[in-house]
Design a protein around this ligand. Structure first.
Ligand code: OFO
Length: 183
């Protein structure tokens, strides 16, 4: 009796997404190590925490594949690419990789809709919301570095940013959670 509830195509795509999430964890780990090396301990703290979030995303997908009776394939993780050249570059790269990952998530949503696999479609909605949050967070980081002077940010501004990021919450407020009383 076949107990597998996932198509071959979706199984392959979900396995690929596991690797994408693992690669994102490596990117955050690499950038956190770079930030530590440069003396930006607050930024590093934020990035280390985020690396862990990406690993959790990978685990959620792994668990989902198994729970649907399909096969998990753990693949080699591509490298994180070159280190950032500045704090500004670091945040720009993070925003870019989050936007890319949103594209990967949307593809999975489209595929599950094409197959009318509503269980997978429903599962992926958590990731759609998460990506909106992560893009918002990355955009907030970019705004902060822009206010601090972007590529030209001086030591004082970078120090203030570094101190601020140490305590920055891991989640951003989404538009749907805002009210007129609480903008
Ligand atoms: Fe897995 O959320 Fe970022 O990419």
């Amino acid at each position: 009796m076949d107990t597998n509830r996932l198509s071959k195509t979706l199984t392959a795509a979900l396995n690929q997404q596991m690797t994408n999430e693992a690669q994102n964890a490596q990117i955050y780990l690499a950038y956190a190590s770079w930030a530590t090396d440069k003396g930006y301990d607050g930024i590093a703290n934020f990035l280390f925490r985020h690396a862990q979030e990406e690993r959790n995303h990978m685990m959620k997908i792994l668990e989902y594949i198994l729970k649907r009776g399909a096969k998990v394939v753990v693949s080699p993780i591509p490298g994180p690419g070159p280190d950032p050249t500045s704090v500004n570059d670091c945040f720009e790269k993070i925003f870019k990789s989050e936007v890319e990952n949103t594209g990967n998530i949307y593809n999975l949503v489209n595929m599950s809709m094409d197959e009318k696999d509503w269980a997978t479609w429903n599962f992926m909605q958590w990731f759609v919301k998460e990506q909106t949050e992560e893009e918002t967070l990355a955009l907030d980081l970019l705004s902060k570095i822009k206010v601090a002077g972007g590529e030209k940010a001086g030591n004082d501004a970078l120090y203030a940013l570094d101190t601020d990021l140490k305590d920055t919450p891991d989640d951003a407020t989404l538009a749907q959670d805002v009210s007129a009383d609480n903008p």
